[in-house]
Design a protein around this ligand. Structure first.
Ligand code: 13P
Length: 285
């Protein structure tokens, strides 16, 4: 993949839904429809911790990836109720959400703890999806860009260029999550473009630290939109310049909805393939 070509990602965050049996049934439906399809985006299923083992078993022969909803940054220790990166890699978890707004609102996640999780994930070869987004009162006070760029800078400001190859960001305005009140695609695109500029500025501060490799280019960073994404509105998002997919909550629990979202993302994958010569050398992922 070229240093400016971006991966298209559709991730389903199941939140606190699905028993093991229900999880297995949902994965089987998604898998049987998706496997063998062409131009698929990177599909990531993010079940609750208790269903990771069952979902991992279903996905062993599939291109679909497994993600976790959160992760502690210690390898092990006296941290009752927490799950470590070692426990996730043990289950072949490849992605982890970091800084989801529900973690920030209800479970004490802050701009101080997100970088700890991001670094621990990268150290263990897990790809973090950093979640950022403003609350409604912040938007109304004109603080959206300030809040979001601060969240991005805090979480990613200490990474080196090589580490950025394994990071994605999801812009999820808090007021759009689970409300049906999705953010207009043009505005979501504007904020995602601002996020890309913020990352470019972080990278510009780094002296090259990739060793022999090409330094990471912010144009390559996958940026997803999340917040009331459904089969009926996804097409608008994946048409936008800076939106490379979606982080889906409620609609990822219903196989027909999630498959419709994947189908719309295939159009973006097709467009990207047309825009890039097929003999472009592949890089880190
Ligand atoms: P909804 O798609 O249910 O709005 O949830 C979005 C979300 O929080 C995904 O992480």
């Amino acid at each position: 993949m070229k240093n400016t070509q971006r991966q298209v990602i559709i991730a389903g965050n199941w939140k606190m839904h699905k028993t093991t049996r229900q999880a297995t049934a949902l994965v089987e439906e998604i898998q049987s429809a998706a496997d063998g399809e062409k131009n698929l985006p990177e599909i990531v299923l993010i079940p609750p911790f208790t269903a990771l083992v069952a979902v991992e078993k279903c996905l062993r022969k599939s291109a679909i990836k497994l993600g976790a909803q959160n992760m502690d940054w210690h390898d092990e220790g006296a941290f009752t109720g927490e799950i470590s990166p070692l426990m996730l890699t043990d289950l072949n978890v490849q992605y982890v959400l970091v800084g989801h707004s529900e973690r920030r609102q209800y479970f004490g996640e802050t701009n101080t703890t997100t970088p700890l999780r991001i670094k621990a994930a990268l150290t263990h070869g897990i790809k973090p999806i950093l979640c950022v987004g403003e609350m409604i009162d912040e938007r109304e006070a004109g603080l959206t860009d300030a809040v979001v760029s601060r969240q991005v800078g805090a979480a990613l400001g200490e990474l080196n260029s090589e580490q950025f190859f394994h990071v994605s960001i999801a812009y999820e305005p808090v007021w759009a999550i689970g409300t049906g009140n999705h953010c207009a695609a043009a505005e979501a695109n504007r904020v995602c473009g601002m996020i890309r500029k913020t990352v470019a500025a972080l990278l510009a501060r780094l002296e090259d630290s990739t060793g022999n490799g090409e330094p990471f280019n912010a144009n390559r960073l996958p940026i997803l939109y999340g917040g009331s994404v459904k089969g009926s509105n996804i097409a608008e998002y994946v048409k936008q310049e800076h939106i490379d997919g979606a982080l889906v909550g409620g609609a990822s629990l219903i196989s027909e909805e999630f498959l419709a979202i994947i189908q719309a993302a295939q159009e973006r994958v097709k467009r990207a393939a047309k825009a890039t010569p097929s003999n472009t050398p592949t890089a880190h992922r």
